[in-house]
Design a protein around this ligand. Structure first.
Ligand SMILES: [Zn+2]
Length: 187
């Protein structure tokens, strides 16, 4: 009887986990994919159920805002990793802009940055996601048009500016608008 109860509990836990993963599909990669293995190798992937629920909620909201204002990708993934390095809060997974862009995030670094700079958690989450997706935009534009429509010079400045405008005013830079139009024409 004891073992049967154990099995029932395990199945119950499994179903709960599946439910959570379906609800949070933006935060998990296909377990069979090469990208999933590669990220585990490079940074380690955190168990989603262990991530601060507010961070997940704010990430979802940031993704919704981004997709509305920058209608390039239907799917974007945010993956929480163990250790991101360079004292970064997030990192764009280069090479993913042509399919489903992946943003890697460090929960630990986000939490410590909110304390250190005394900023609200949602602001840290949102600006990090916008910044990293800015790098995805730059990569996509380079791959498709060879750096024709965006005027960044220094990519880091351009993505910071994008994150600021989008966060502060819900606006996107003019050259990004042009790129989105040109991108949609060639689809
Ligand atoms: Zn950057």
């Amino acid at each position: 009887m004891k073992s049967r109860k154990f099995i029932a509990t395990t199945i119950h836990e499994y179903l709960n986990e599946q439910e959570m993963l379906n609800e949070n599909i933006e935060f998990v990669l296909d377990k069979e994919s090469e990208e999933n293995d590669a990220i585990i190798n490079d940074y380690g992937i955190r168990d989603l159920s262990k991530i601060h629920q507010d961070i997940i909620k704010f990430s979802k909201e940031a993704l919704d805002t981004f997709k509305e204002k920058v209608p390039i990708w239907n799917d974007v993934k945010v993956i929480f990793v163990n250790k991101i390095g360079d004292m970064a809060l997030g990192r764009f997974r280069s090479g993913t802009s042509l399919s489903i862009p992946i943003v890697l995030m460090s929960e630990k670094d986000i939490l410590s940055a909110t304390k250190e700079y005394n900023i609200p958690l949602w602001v840290a989450v949102e600006t990090t996601i916008f910044h990293e997706l800015g790098h995805a935009i730059c990569e996509l534009e380079r791959k498709i048009f060879g750096y024709k429509f965006l005027e960044y010079g220094i990519e880091e400045d351009w993505v910071e500016d994008l994150a600021y405008q989008l966060h502060e005013y819900g606006d996107i830079p003019h050259d990004l608008e042009t790129f989105i139009q040109e991108y949609k024409k060639q689809l």
